[in-house]
Ligand binder design. Structure first.
Ligand SMILES: Nc1ncnc2c1ncn2[C@@H]1O[C@H](COP(=O)(O)OP(=O)(O)OP(=O)(O)O)[C@@H](O)[C@H]1O
Ligand SMILES: [Mg+2]
Length: 605
């Protein structure tokens, strides 16, 4: 198995080389070919050198030129170009094979990993961020292995050949050129190598990402923004993201400015280093023909060095960016997967019990969303959870289908810790209807069937009827076969909720977790949803989060949550008699209800 599993400990370039090493044979062969290509690229320069020598040797009597010899040099130059092209193409062919194999493995590995992560991770991270990592970050590894790596090998091996040639022709010019190259490399190392600049590059990538997320959110939210005249506030996030980006990108660019200009100036003018050496040699030589040949050769050859060194700089900058991309992938791969038990147990019944459960979203005890919560929701009964916003109601709901695991205590179904149940078994046992229902771009029939893929069409229709969806589905252009999200198909929030209820009905799981919508769009819709829920709740263990107290009075048990603690527990009557938290909430609620009905015309009983 390739070493790209979770828990990658390496970072930066080391991590990229590790990834490239997953198909070592291919990558090494590609590297060797890249080195050969770079060696071949110097052959034409040598041919030119030989030609210059030949020309100067017969100067000014060109008729004495040995035509056959000139032809040979010409052929040598063509051979050099030909070899360069063939080697380079073969290097790229191999590196592409390696790159796409690695890419495939990375993507499979990434998908396998995210499917094993707790559902809660997906709620927090969002599909957009994961899509970006799949489509952009991981994708960029292909560019690194297929292009940057061979280029880098070529760019970094070229100087070796260059130096050999430089010194072979005339070591004095060689030394002068080498001095120029070393200065260029030092400047380059200062640009890309400094810790400060590395941090800046990271910041640059982070703010750029934040800006793109904010832009997408802003565009997606334009309808809401317009409807609520929220222009300034929602724009603020985007504006902040742009400001953040600006704050980072300007120093980053300015900081690169001097180094970059220095590097380009030096590499493009290395031949200037030749001039003093040429003057020195010219004043001491007697063989002017040889002097002219050598000097001309260096004048032709040295500018080529600039383009090679630019390539080296460019590839290292791009590679650093890819390294940053891979780090984002590794962050996700390091997220702990939901532990699966070796010896699964089956629930002995459908009581749901919390035993001294504590949970914090951030994993810190001091900001616990649940703090030592214990209760039992009896099989076949309805247990309602009420309490102020942020009290921990939704958190309780999230722990039952294992969106997250409790850090302390245990959640049990029929006496069995849910962590000791098979995931698929738990999923068959619990169905949930949460506030944000997810409808897929498929036919309504398939959307409902998702609750239980084996369900027959008749079961789906029966569920839709019970969930009070049948009528509006029939009125859609193609009935049950209408594709959601297609042209002209829009469902209201209430309709989508009823579809979610139908889906849960088809699933027919013994335990139902409901997080009721906070607000209903209209009374008729509310009435329909109530009826649908009534069907769904029959003969099940129901744990229902209620935002309106009117819906909980019938529950066999009411839990009152506040600041992560269970503060009261009992039936509606018991809790009213206790005259505690619930009693207070109920009074506020009935008063608000009265206000809602009219200005004091209805006296409250
Ligand atoms: N994904 C999350 N990451 C971090 N903290 C969270 C997350 N979800 C909820 N919390 C925090 O956990 C606490 C309990 O939140 P929870 O959603 O359970 O409250 P709630 O009772 O359902 O509130 P509401 O009535 O507003 O839905 C709150 O302090 C909340 O800020
Ligand atoms: Mg909630």
């Amino acid at each position: 198995m390739p070493k790209n599993k979770e828990g990658a400990s390496k970072k930066g370039m080391a991590r990229l080389f590790e990834l490239a090493g997953t198909h070592k044979g291919l990558v090494v062969s590609s590297g060797v070919l890249a080195v050969l290509a770079s060696a071949a690229s110097f052959i034409p320069y040598l041919a030119v050198y030989f030609l210059i020598r030949e020309l100067i040797g017969v100067f000014p009597n060109f008729a004495a030129l040995d035509a056959a010899q000139v032809m040979n040099y010409g052929l040598l130059a063509i051979l050099g170009v030909f070899c360069n092209v063939v080697f380079y193409f073969s290097a790229l062919a191999l590196s592409h094979i390696a790159a796409y194999r690695t890419l495939y493995e990375l993507k499979i590995n990434f998908i396998a990993h995210i499917t094993r992560l707790p559902l809660g991770f997906h709620i927090v991270t969002g599909s957009g961020a994961l899509r970006k990592i799949m489509d952009e970050n991981i994708e960029s590894v292909e560019g690194f292995i297929a292009h940057q790596l061979p280029n880098m090998i070529a760019a970094f091996s070229a100087p070796v050949f260059m130096i050999v040639i430089l010194f072979a022709v005339d070591w004095r010019y060689g030394l002068a050129t080498l001095t120029g190259i070393i200065i260029a490399f030092v400047i380059q190392a200062l640009i890309t190598g400094g810790d400060q600049q590395k941090i800046r590059l990271k910041e640059y990538q982070r703010t750029q990402e934040a800006m793109s997320v904010a832009t997408v959110e802003y565009i997606r939210g334009i309808a809401v923004v317009k409807a609520f005249h929220q222009t300034v506030y929602s724009f603020k996030r985007l504006h902040d993201a742009i400001t953040d980006y600006t704050k980072v990108v300007i120093p980053f660019t300015l900081n690169s400015e001097n180094g970059m200009s220095g590097y380009i100036t030096v590499t493009n003018n290395i031949y200037l280093f030749l001039v003093p050496v040429a003057i020195f040699i010219a004043t001491r030589t007697t063989n002017y023909a040889a002097f002219a040949a050598d000097f001309l050769f260096y004048l032709v050859f040295v500018p080529a060095i600039a383009s090679i060194l630019m390539k080296a700089l460019y590839t290292s900058i791009v590679s650093m960016r890819v390294a940053g991309n891979v780090e984002r992938m590794d962050d996700i791969l390091q997220q702990k997967v939901l532990p699966v038990t070796e010896n699964p147990e089956t629930a002995g019944g459908y009581d749901v019990s919390f035993e001294n459960v504590s949970f914090s979203y951030l994993g810190k005890a001091e900001d616990a969303a649940l703090d030592g919560v214990s209760f039992t929701a009896k099989q076949g009964e309805t247990t309602a959870i009420v309490g102020p916003s942020g009290g921990g109601k939704s958190t309780i709901a999230h722990l039952i289908p294992r969106f997250y695991d409790a850090q302390k205590g245990a959640v049990k179904i029929g006496g069995v810790d849910i962590r000791n149940m098979k995931i698929s078994g738990l999923m068959d046992t619990v169905s949930f209807v949460f506030q944000d229902t997810w409808i897929f771009k498929q036919s309504i029939m398939e959307n409902i069937r998702m609750g239980r893929p084996a369900a027959a069409d008749d079961d789906v229709i029966a569920a839709a009827k019970a969930a009070r969806c049948h009528d509006f589905i029939e009125s859609l252009p193609e009935g049950y076969q209408t594709v959601f999200g297609g042209k002209g198909v829009h469902l209201s929030g209430g309709e989508m909720q009823r579809i979610a209820i139908a889906r849960a009905l088809v699933k027919n799981a013994p335990i139902l977790v409901l997080d009721e919508a906070t607000a209903f769009s209209d009374p008729e819709n509310e009435w329909l949803i109530r009826q649908a829920l009534g069907e769904l709740m029959k003969n099940r263990t129901v744990i229902m989060i209620a935002h309106r107290l009117s819906t909980v009075t019938e529950a066999q048990k009411i839990l009152v949550m506040d600041k992560g603690r269970l503060v009261e527990e009992g039936t509606h009557r018991e809790l009213l008699d206790r005259k505690g938290r619930y009693y207070g909430m109920w009074n506020t609620y009935s008063v608000s209800l009265t206000w809602g009905l009219g200005k004091g015309e209805v006296s409250h009983a």
